[in-house]
Design a binder for this molecule. Structure first.
Ligand code: SF4
Length: 464
């Protein structure tokens, strides 16, 4: 059995625009600064070099990797930092040409010398980082490699997981009562113990924290998702970057609220609302706002959109449904984490919007009363029709196609659940097989389609 994964490893409260290029690098940079401190080296450091490799180099600037690294070295955490404090903090570092490691030890910072974008990749994963601390003679005091492997997950050179909370690895529970690695395991556990997927997940989560805390934290995740929708619906203007993409959620929200007296009800209005929720979250993500990694930031709008849809359009939906939805989605996400990938740099957008769609499809089937078999079927359909989807963000920004793609993923998830719920759970392609196919397809995909902005839309749209 591999290391247990918690629902809160997947649903991380953080900041935009990217879990792999913003959240992960901030966690890694903070981890390296904590390492220097724990080894008593911090006072001897006079400068620190960060090298960004592969996709972190190719699209790092557009994804805010440079800023995330600086903030992480200063000791900030993605779940705690105030998004409004980011710009002033980064501006101060650049202006003063000085970094305060963990906020306590000042070192020189020259952007050209100390923050390097390397074109090649490190072995192991395309999202690699190397941190080198230098002494007064300019000699290396300490050096470490980290990899941001998708969804805000970070591993060190030995493959050991790095946790966000303390900047150090937190020991996982030795075993879970209902451990599962695959979709087949999950179904067998449900059948063998007569439990729903959400009930089984809740029992597993109590190995990390008591049940009331699990529930409270899940509701906090939901409230953060809802907050992103609210802010997205209230914000106008343009998104950061040269494209000057106009924010659309606020306009759409106004249109949907304005009922024309006497007008016939629009039979497709619900779809507009689903689109709105997803667009609102992803616009917030694009401006570096507070969002929940679900299971990545680029795909942060799919799950909130489908959950909002359920909460708004299904009478009686409340907190219990939120908990059931998020636990079910997490169970599906864990199977992808263990057997697939959550990284656009590794498998293209299949691993981001594709996985989010699959998670949301299964979770929606669950709150609609689906059996474990129907839920697994919904999750499978959600991925099957995202197979081969590339990652080609224009200008390296998580905006086009990402924002609309989340709306498309959310609508597709609802349809996948509807189809599964019309069946009895038996189906031809299993979730495990579709995950295997996703990985094979990702391996065959050219690097230019994997979060490098060197192919697809990224090269076919001429920027002004
Ligand atoms: S295209 Fe998909 S994988 Fe690539 S950055 Fe956008 S959301 Fe992420």
């Amino acid at each position: 059995m591999s290391t247990p994964v918690s629902a809160f490893d997947l649903f991380k409260i953080g900041i935009g625009p990217s879990s792999s290029h913003t959240v992960g690098p901030m966690i890694a940079a903070r981890q390296f600064a904590c390492l220097l401190q724990s080894q008593g080296l911090l006072p001897k450091v006079t400068a620190l070099v960060t090298q960004l490799y592969g996709s972190l180099s190719a699209t790092g600037r557009g994804h805010g990797t440079d800023r995330a690294v600086l903030l992480g070295l200063e000791g900030h955490r993605p779940d705690l930092i105030d998004p409004d404090a980011i710009e002033p903090a980064v501006a101060a570092i650049r202006q003063e040409r000085r970094l305060r490691l963990l906020g306590v030890h000042a070192v020189a910072f020259d952007e050209k010398e100390h923050l390097l974008f390397m074109r090649k990749s490190l072995p192991y994963h395309p999202n690699g980082m190397r941190f080198i601390a230098l002494d007064a003679q300019g000699l290396p005091l300490a050096e470490a490699d980290y990899f941001s492997v998708g969804g805000g997950f970070v591993v060190d050179a030995e493959g050991a997981g790095v946790r966000n909370e303390e900047g150090v690895q937190r020991p996982p529970p030795a075993a879970l009562p209902f451990a599962f690695e695959t979709g087949a395991d999950l179904l067998a556990q449900c059948k063998g113990h007569g439990k729903s997927i959400a009930a089984l997940m809740m029992d597993n989560e109590t190995q990390w924290r008591p049940q009331p805390e699990v529930r409270a934290q899940l509701l906090r995740v939901w409230e953060t998702m809802a907050g992103a929708v609210r802010r997205g619906c209230a914000s106008t203007g343009t998104l950061p970057g040269r494209m000057q993409v106009r924010r659309r959620a606020a306009d759409l929200f106004r249109q949907l609220q304005g009922n024309t007296p006497g007008a016939a009800p629009d039979p497709l209005a619900a779809m507009d609302w689903v689109n709105l929720y997803a667009i609102a979250v992803n616009e917030e993500n694009a401006v570096g706002g507070r969002v929940v990694t679900a299971p990545t930031n680029g795909a942060a709008g799919v799950i909130p959109a489908v959950l909002h849809y359920h909460q708004r359009f299904f009478p009686g939906a409340g907190d219990d449904a939120v908990v059931e939805f998020l636990l079910t989605a997490a169970a599906i996400g864990i199977i992808y984490k263990k057997n697939g990938s959550l990284s656009g740099a590794e498998v293209g957008c299949q691993g981001e919007v594709g996985v989010a769609c699959s998670m949301a499809a299964g979770a929606f089937a669950a709150v609609m009363g689906g059996t474990p078999g129907q839920i697994e079927n919904a999750a499978e359909i959600g991925m099957e029709h995202n197979l081969g989807m590339t990652c080609d963000p224009i200008s390296g920004l998580v905006q086009i196609p990402c924002i609309e793609r989340n709306a498309m993923g959310a609508v597709k998830a609802i349809n996948a659940a509807r189809m599964a719920l019309r069946g009895d759970g038996s189906h031809f392609v299993s979730l495990d097989k579709v995950i295997r196919t996703m990985m094979q397809t990702g391996a065959d995909m050219k690097t230019k389609y994997k979060e490098t902005s060197r192919g697809g839309l990224a090269v076919n749209i001429v920027e002004c």
